[in-house]
Design a protein around this ligand. Structure first.
Ligand code: PLP
Length: 349
């Protein structure tokens, strides 16, 4: 069997930064346990490695969306708990009753299904105004939850990344309902919710984005470290003369003689067209090497004028500070992370 050569593009994933971010968020959780949302393959980084690094840091509560995600993580959990946010469909029951992860029950049907199957520990999600997943408080009669072994009662904030009246409203509604539910723990805050302060921490927080270097609110600036650094290899170096163009649509026209490095990364890797003419690579000394013209499916062109040492086969880091890249590209920090494609080699350091 032949194995593929090293990929011409790679993610450097900083485990010390990941652990630092979790520790900082745990420190902002006012004594509540701090968990970790690792759905969507750990927001694109690789959920297995994320779980291993965060367990070593002390994290004991993980959250995924689906049972396929739960199955993949199961061998790596040790004594840590795992909650499956989308609950249980009929098709999930075989695996859900054998795995030991907790479904987060969202509907009366899911509750009935879990109870009839003999159940076991579960979580429940209360909708406090977002109207996405979760039990409608108007349907919450005492017998609805009868006989459930509820570990965590949770809800989810719709606007925690903004100053918004819904934050306190959802908190108040949730605190009232949670006080009437017989559960071991109460949980409300995602990354942004943690930064709303003590009243939002309850017993367990559930950060995702900020673990991976995202800045959900200004309070995180300077405290959250970049975890993901994409790099790509130079496939070709060339000179364009004044008036010549680069890339699709001929949107970049050289104002004078320019040096071009063509890098092996494009929108099929999650480096989207919104970075056309806006993103940049950075040289080892930190200086900026702007993108010339449009991002292609598998390639970008970078201005390396005055950098004669950069040659075919060399690697360049692509700037990927999430909050800056979100404003540049028009994408959310979440989309930037979760779109990082399968063609990257992922190197944990
Ligand atoms: C994804 C998710 C989180 C984590 O949210 P971030 O904004 O990434 O911190 C927490 N709770 C629930 C229910 C989620 O779906």
């Amino acid at each position: 069997m032949m194995s593929p050569p090293p990929a011409p593009l790679a993610l450097t994933l900083d485990s010390a930064a990941l652990r630092h971010n979790w520790q900082w968020l745990a420190g902002q959780s006012y004594g509540a346990a701090c968990g970790a949302a690792v759905k969507a393959d750990g927001y694109g980084l690789g959920a297995v490695e994320v779980v291993q690094h965060l367990r070593a840091a002390g994290c004991r509560d993980f959250f995924v969306a689906t049972w396929a995600e739960a199955l993949a993580l199961h061998p790596h959990l040790g004594d840590a708990g795992l909650s499956v946010l989308h609950g249980v469909r009929a098709e999930d029951m075989t695996i859900a009753t054998s795995l030991g992860a907790r479904p987060v029950l969202n509907t009366p049907d899911q509750i009935a299904r879990w109870r009839e199957a003999g159940g076991g520990p579960c979580d429940i999600m209360i909708d406090t105004g977002m109207h996405r997943l979760g039990l409608d408080p108007r349907t919450l009669s005492s017998d609805l939850l009868d006989g459930l072994e509820i570990d965590t009662v949770m809800s989810h904030l719709a606007c925690a990344d903004e100053e918004h009246p819904l934050n306190n409203l959802q908190r108040t509604i949730f605190a009232d309902i949670a006080s009437k539910v017989d559960a071991k723990r109460v949980s409300l805050a995602n990354s942004a919710g943690i930064l709303l302060g003590r009243d939002f921490a309850f017993d367990l927080t559930r950060p995702g984005l900020a673990l991976y270097g995202g800045i959900p609110r200004a309070e995180a600036e300077g405290n959250i470290r970049q975890v993901v650094r994409p790099r790509a290899q130079i496939l070709q170096r060339r000179t364009v003369r004044s008036g010549e163009f680069v890339g699709y649509g001929a949107t970049y026209v050289a104002d004078r003689e320019r040096e071009v490095a063509v890098l092996n990364i494009g929108y099929a890797d999650g480096y989207f067209r919104g970075f056309s003419g806006k993103g940049h690579a950075q040289a080892d000394d930190g200086s900026i090497l702007p993108i010339m013209g449009r991002v292609s499916m598998d390639l970008i062109a970078i201005d390396v004028t005055g950098r004669p040492s950069l040659a075919e086969g060399d690697w360049l880091e692509i700037a990927f500070e999430l909050s800056q890249c979100a404003s540049l590209s028009g994408l959310s920090q979440y989309e930037l992370l979760t779109s990082l494609g399968s063609r990257f080699d992922r190197h944990w350091i």
